[in-house]
Design a binder for this molecule. Structure first.
Ligand code: PHE
Length: 455
């Protein structure tokens, strides 16, 4: 399919699932998930994350796909078509902003992944854990290279949206995603057999119930769940608008959730055993550098490690690219549909704006003091972006989407869409109960508790 000026259709349900899974699987799974588990205290985070995925996000995902398919429009148009004359289109606009904001920091991390293809394949990053850590600090501390790489990633993404090579990318992804999964399994097998891996597994799998008192763990787990599934910002909605009525929504949603969650869990089975095999490892202290400082350690231990390392970061870069494409698509299709811009103009303007916004995230890892530690906030610019977009904007978007489907458009109409052409829709009562009551209540409680904890 090619969502250019004329609206296309996915060739099959598998085509939709692969493209949506391509959007979902990315840095969120392999970089974001382990980083958040590390900061959230291990297994407790994992349990809350899984609860958010299955009780909150999966029902919302079916709702987003249903809105997209019913209207065949991008988010702003879709919400105004289903609630004419009301302000629900603002929810679509929030998604457009989230696309811009998320891509601005996502491109920085993706740029690091691209650089690490070279660094690991050539052996530039090697030596003791201290050497590897110092290498990362020096590399990211030179903000100009990070900024250049981020803009390169944005440029490549823009080129893909304009160049009509998108269908080709999706075809290649069909091959590379299973390869990434296989490589992750192989790395996990190596990682859990390292000396000292047991401590890492215990950290990852044995919940520490005292952490349940920390509302920060809930906000980051909820935000991470939305981020990882590309949910709450109209991205899945847009992809759903290309889905044919012959294809089941519930089954598709469950497939995407299952694929995305398995890849994230798998990443944890690599990072923590390797991390804890390093003396003095502190998962809370690593921040966004966790995978870049821990994984090279594993590659150094493995026969053929350069090859494995290069392949790993290459596949990660490709996974990131299919996510950046979907992130850029939301604001671009909005400018085309709502503002009447040409696709070229929209891509150039949006990519340009995102490039500017990427700079403080790129310079905030040691290069420029104010961006590294924002005065009065105790965090860097990149962390601020993660907090604002992942932990606030996406859950708010998800909350409003649940309310919209459950109470404005109405579960009955949504269910009609879910069951179109007699497709499989298991336990519709459970779905509507989760969507109407559990999703809004749980998200609202977490957001309110987080707000209260600020004061
Ligand atoms: N889900 C993607 C990832 O895990 C990131 C993303 C978020 C993509 C929101 C699109 C929309 O890497």
């Amino acid at each position: 399919m090619s969502p250019t000026s004329s609206r296309g259709m996915w060739s099959s349900r598998a085509g939709f699932i692969l493209a949506a899974a391509g959007s979902a699987v990315g840095l969120g799974n392999i970089w974001g998930f382990p980083t958040q588990v590390g900061q959230g205290g291990g297994a407790t985070f994992v349990v809350i994350y899984l609860a958010c995925i299955f009780l909150i996000c999966a029902p919302i995902m079916a709702g987003e796909i249903a809105i997209g398919r019913r209207t065949g429009l991008s988010p702003v148009g879709a919400f105004s078509a289903l609630a004419p004359g009301r302000r629900w289109w603002l929810l679509g606009a929030l998604g457009v902003l989230a696309g811009v904001g998320i891509l601005s920091f996502y491109s920085v991390i993706a740029g690091w992944a691209v650089a690490y293809v070279w660094f690991t394949a050539t052996g530039a990053v090697s030596g003791s854990p201290d050497d590897i850590g110092r290498f990362f600090a020096e590399f990211t501390g030179s903000g100009l290279i990070s900024a250049f790489l981020a803009i390169l990633v944005i440029g490549i993404t823009a080129g893909v949206l304009l160049g009509g090579v998108r269908a080709g990318i999706e075809r290649v992804t069909k091959l590379l995603m299973p390869l990434l999964a296989l490589l992750l399994v192989a790395l996990a097998v190596r990682a859990v057999t390292l000396p000292g891996a047991g401590e890492g597994l215990a950290y990852y799998l044995r919940p520490d119930l005292s952490r349940l008192a920390d509302v920060g763990v809930f906000t980051s787990a909820l935000g991470q769940a939305f981020f990882s599934l590309s949910l709450g910002m109209g991205c899945i909605l847009t992809y759903g608008s290309y889905l044919s009525r012959q294809d089941g929504i519930a089954a598709s949603a469950l497939w995407i959730v299952a694929l995305d969650t398995s890849i994230a869990l798998l990443a944890g089975f690599i990072i923590f055993p390797v991390g804890f095999s390093i003396a003095g490892f502190d998962p809370t202290a690593s921040g966004p550098g966790l995978i870049f400082t821990v994984l090279p350690r594993l590659f150094a231990e493995m026969p053929g490690g350069h090859l494995f390392g290069g392949a790993f970061f290459l596949l990660l870069s490709v996974a990131a690219l299919t996510s950046t494409i979907s992130l850029l698509e939301v604001p671009v299709s909005h400018c085309v549909d709502a503002l009447g811009w040409t696709r070229e103009k929209a891509v150039a303007a949006v990519a340009g704006a995102i490039s500017v916004l990427a700079i403080p995230s790129a310079l905030g890892n040691g290069a420029v003091g104010v961006f590294t530690s924002l005065p009065g906030l105790g965090m860097g610019f990149l962390d601020l972006m993660v907090t604002v977009w992942n932990e606030v904007a996406l859950p708010v978007g998800g909350l409003l989407t649940a309310i919209f489907v459950g109470r404005i458009w109405g579960v009955d109409r949504a269910l009609e869409e879910l069951r179109a052409e007699g497709r499989w829709m298991p336990v519709p009562e459970l779905w509507s109960f989760l969507l109407r009551w559990v999703c809004p209540a749980a998200i609202a409680m977490i957001l309110v508790a987080a707000l209260a904890a600020l004061f």
